[in-house]
Ligand binder design. Structure first.
Ligand code: CAA
Length: 384
């Protein structure tokens, strides 16, 4: 499979490797402590085109295939996860709705700004009463002439505090909900009645923020329905199709971090001496290293296969995307646990990045659909 990587992607991956080593890894700790990515680093990320990896070239993105994007995410996730998260909403959940279902005008208006990183996008689906049960949203959009009035509260919205554009899912028909009652709206920052609420305090993923968004009699023109008025009531499907792709790239991120943890654990096992020998000589440590490498190998084959399948078939890889998210994130959780164990006391200390990877990876089993939801999606597809 590695042989099939195009020359363009190979060059891109080399660039990302250098960028991670030279620019991102050295400020990893600083970003963690300050809970903020320096503007200079964001500028470099923009120069590299990282905000528009998956946005087609006709809208000024790099136009990478799903597999190409996954390979970039894998590399980028070998350092602090917040860097990947900073670009992820523009490449994924924040722009996918427009890409999949938007009108040509919406694509022309928004995608170039998102691809360049001039604007940041976010995806506003989750609410206090609608986490895994996404169809249970309470936010309403009532028609008022040629606009809709949005009322409600979204929470746990990645990059919500810095977003210039939010794809907001709201009820246009309470009786129908997922079956034609939810509509996706594009809401720009500065729209009256649209405000950022609480910024959450999280276990990890410092450097990017997760927020509440408040809509209080917020007027949104009908033309801002994703796909236009004809797509009224079709927002739930837009959300689900958006998440299908997000689940593949989330798998890639978990894989990249797991690979880095294996590298750190191998180095430590060779260099850490106990009982007058490197701890890598002990079978108990060797077993963990072997299990880590085997799990990573399996996850990589699965991810690459599913990403290539999406590139061939379009977006219809519902079951495979959920399998990838489930397997890769659960795998990375186990790898992170073993990495901490191999590092012993050092693995628990903030001076070592293993501890940060452990916390950051924990979220990958929750957001963009928990492991339990992935199992539900897989089983439903099997039983169909
Ligand atoms: N593609 C296309 N259509 C889909 C689809 C998909 N992947 N999944 C469902 N649909 C369609 C169904 O076919 C159905 O269509 P019809 O009405 O024509 O039959 C319709 O959508 C409703 O589907 P379901 O009956 O399956 O809906 P459900 O209420 O039972 O829920 C679910 C399904 C899969 C559990 C869904 O609620 C789900 O994915 N939940 C998890 C939500 C989630 O991942 N949240 C994360 C938010 S984003 C985030 O975390 C990051 C951040 O920044 C906030």
């Amino acid at each position: 499979m590695q042989n099939q990587i195009s020359e363009d992607i190979r060059i891109m991956l080399e660039t990302i490797r250098r960028f991670v080593k030279k620019d991102l890894e050295p400020i990893s700790r600083q970003v963690e402590d300050e809970d903020k990515i320096p503007p200079e680093t964001v500028r470099k990320m923009r120069e590299l085109g990282l905000f528009g990896l998956s946005i087609p070239q006709e809208y000024e993105g790099l136009g990478l295939s799903t597999w190409g994007e996954c390979l970039v995410y894998e590399e980028l996730s070998k350092t602090n996860a917040c860097f990947r998260t900073r670009i992820a909403t523009n490449n994924g959940i924040g722009s996918q709705g427009i890409l999949l279902d938007g009108t040509e005008e919406q694509k022309q208006k928004y995608l170039p700004r998102l691809a360049s990183g001039e604007w940041t996008a976010c995806f506003a689906l989750s609410e206090p009463e609608a986490g895994s049960d996404a169809a249970n949203i309470q936010t309403t959009a009532l028609k008022d002439g040629d606009k809709y009035i949005l009322n409600g509260v979204k929470h746990f919205i990645t990059n919500g505090d810095i977003a210039d554009l939010a794809t907001v899912f709201a009820l246009t028909d309470k009786g129908k909900r997922a079956k034609g009652g939810i509509t996706a709206f594009l809401v720009e920052k500065g729209t009256p009645g649209f405000e950022v609420g609480t910024i959450e305090r999280k276990m990890g993923l410092r450097g990017t923020h997760t927020c509440q968004l408040i809509f209080d009699n917020c007027p949104v023109p009908e033309e801002n329905i994703v796909g236009g008025a004809l797509m009224t009531g079709q927002g739930f499907k837009t959300a689900m199709r958006t998440l299908d792709k997000g689940r593949l790239t989330m798998g890639a991120s978990a894989l990249g971090s797991a690979q880095r943890l294996l590298g750190l654990s191998l180095d430590y096992a060779k260099q850490r001496v106990q009982f007058k020998q490197p701890i890598g000589n002990f079978q108990s440590v060797q077993n963990m290293l072997a299990d880590m490498a085997t799990q990573i190998y399996a996850a990589r084959q699965m991810l690459y296969h599913a990403a290539q399948l999406r590139d061939e078939k379009g977006s219809a890889v519902i079951k495979e995307a959920s399998m990838v998210k489930l397997f890769c994130t659960e795998m990375a959780g186990k790898v992170a646990d073993m990495a901490v164990q191999i590092h012993g006391g050092m693995g628990y200390m903030k001076d070592f990045s293993v501890e940060r990877f452990y916390r950051d990876l924990r979220l990958t089993r929750i957001y963009e659909g928990t492991s339990e939801i992935q199992r539900m999606v897989i089983a439903r597809q099997l039983l169909k």
